[in-house]
Design a protein around this ligand. Structure first.
Ligand code: BYC
Length: 475
């Protein structure tokens, strides 16, 4: 297994040292990245010592080493998973042919578009979260936020490497533009909608890392199937880091619920006002945040019927996660029974070509994956003796992309008129009052081992350290 070369300015396992032109291009980009990090990355914590893991080799066991460091000193680098010998294209029209080491001319703009879209989400998420450090519920959580942030920064590096190494001048221009678009910016926003939503409280952060990072998992798995081998290898390595981000979301939401249940028990009530007064977040509010982040993340899979998806599948550019588990890797003849809105407003099912429905196939797999955490959270609620269950809203609910966009549905998927929706939406999505309440709880807790009132401590610390370890030494 490869060891990463840390002696160079840009740590890498792609033999950057022997490609002077590429090295120069990346060294030109590096200071721009660092200025972006200082300006748009975690605000005011650049001098703090943070207990971070850094990749030092790309095999399953050795890719993480831990130590205290200041974030600007983090060794952002370029790491690809090892080559699979004699790897073949696993789906589409060119199934069985050798994978590509270079970008075929006819697929250049499609591949560039996908890499840019993927790359754009990484710095976007860092920007979305840049103020969160000021209201951390504990040093343990603060460290996890920063770990997620530095790794998203590295994922940006991963995509920028591909743009520089394989797309010439327009790749370099795209790499610059990745630092110029900004989350929520009116004139130059991030490409995908969810990455323009503010993440200014920790409940949103945990929902984001549970639901939106999980979209990342599914998209990276789809791109890991790509016939363009450098993209596949890059995504395979990124997936090892992504797992921790979803862990942060899964355990974060779980700990919020645990604390709420404790408070409900102490008070002997499930009255939201009483729970809020005691400094915890009532379950209906948690459900509304969940509804928002789940429905927004569903949009990230693109339209249900997509000629882009059909083309990228046919050409071997983007597959389905774990393509090997499907029986039919060609899908030219296959159809997908897709629910769509009829002209009369009624919902009907129509057969659409499977290749055009690939976004929906992946979205469905994502929805099943999201259920796993919910079952765990619901078991906690059940054990505590409460009847309420958290649920994923229907895929039709609150969509702005695809066949359901511009229509209204309740969380069970029942069609509503615009008036009904306007009246009822505050019951299903976070209201301004919810947001004001959640924000009112966001007060920093920075004493080692101490937690904010609205979240339970984690079961264990990072890398076998105690929960009360000083994970961040504030400057
Ligand atoms: N917002 O045929 P369509 C992650 C655009 S998350 C705005 O429906 P297609 C992470 C689309 O771009 C994973 N625009 O969809 C998580 C297209 O525009 P153009 C990120 C949208 O192309 C947390 C047009 O609508 N990676 O890593 O089949 C923290 C028609 O497109 C949206 C990727 O997404 C939207 N929600 O699929 C950090 C993978 N949806 O090109 C990181 C790369 C669609 O006609 N991207 N549009 O101008 C892709 O595979 C595809 O671009 C999409 C869309 C799946 C996003």
């Amino acid at each position: 297994m490869s060891t990463l070369n840390y002696s160079e300015r840009i740590p890498n396992n792609v033999e950057l040292g022997s490609d002077r032109a590429l090295q120069r291009a990346l060294e030109h980009w590096q200071p721009k990245f660092l200025s972006w990090w200082k300006e748009m990355g975690p605000s005011d914590f650049q001098a703090a010592d943070v207990y971070l893991r850094t990749a030092t080799s790309v095999d399953a066991k050795g890719w993480a080493t831990y130590g205290q460091l200041k974030m600007p000193d983090y060794r952002w680098g370029i790491f690809l998973a090892d080559r699979t010998p004699d790897r073949r294209i696993g789906f589409g029209d060119a199934m069985g042919q050798p994978v590509w080491e270079q970008v075929p001319g006819e697929f250049r703009s499609t591949l560039r578009r996908l890499i840019v879209t993927q790359g754009d989400t990484e710095p976007a998420s860092v920007e979305q979260q840049r103020l969160l450090g000021h209201t951390c519920p504990s040093l343990y959580d603060l460290r996890n936020l920063f770990q997620v942030n530095v790794e998203e920064g590295r994922h940006l590096w991963a995509m920028v490497y591909l743009l520089h190494a394989y797309f010439g001048r327009d790749g370099r221009e795209e790499a610059e533009a990745l630092l110029e678009r900004h989350s929520g910016n009116r004139d130059n926003p991030r490409i995908l909608n969810t990455f323009n939503e503010p993440v200014t409280d920790w409940l949103s952060f945990f929902m984001f890392t549970y639901f939106t990072d999980r979209d990342g998992k599914f998209q990276l798995k789809s791109l890991a199937e790509s016939a363009f081998d450098p993209l596949s290898r890059t995504c395979r390595f990124m997936l090892t880091e992504e797992a921790h981000h979803m862990f942060v979301g899964d355990t974060g939401v779980g700990r919020v619920i645990k604390r709420t249940l404790e408070v409900m028990k102490e008070l002997g009530t499930d009255d939201p006002a009483a729970i809020r007064k005691a400094g915890a977040i009532d379950l209906p509010t948690i459900q509304r945040y969940l509804n928002f982040w789940f429905s927004s993340s569903l949009d990230l899979f693109g339209a249900e019927i997509s000629s882009n998806a059909a083309t990228t599948f046919a050409n071997g550019i983007k597959g389905r996660p774990d393509e090997i588990n499907f029986e039919d890797h060609d899908c030219r003849e296959a159809v997908f029974a897709l629910e769509t809105p009829g002209d009369d407003g009624a919902i009907r099912t129509e057969d659409v070509p499977m290749r055009s429905a690939m976004n929906q196939v992946v979205r469905k797999a994502y929805m099943r994956d999201c259920e796993i955490g919910l079952s765990r959270w619901n078991r906690m609620i059940d054990k505590a003796g409460h009847a309420l269950r958290l649920t994923l809203p229907h895929e039709r609910f609150n969509r702005t992309v695809g066949v359901w966009a511009g229509r209204h549905f309740d969380p069970a998927g029942k069609p509503l008129s615009a008036e009904q929706w306007a009246t009822a939406r505050a019951a299903w999505l976070p209201s301004e009052a919810d947001s004001a309440f959640v924000k009112s709880l966001m007060k920093p807790v920075t004493e080692p081992g101490k937690m904010a009132s609205w979240i339970a401590p984690p079961d264990r610390g990072i890398n076998a350290l105690a929960v009360d370890y000083e994970y961040v030494r504030l400057a």
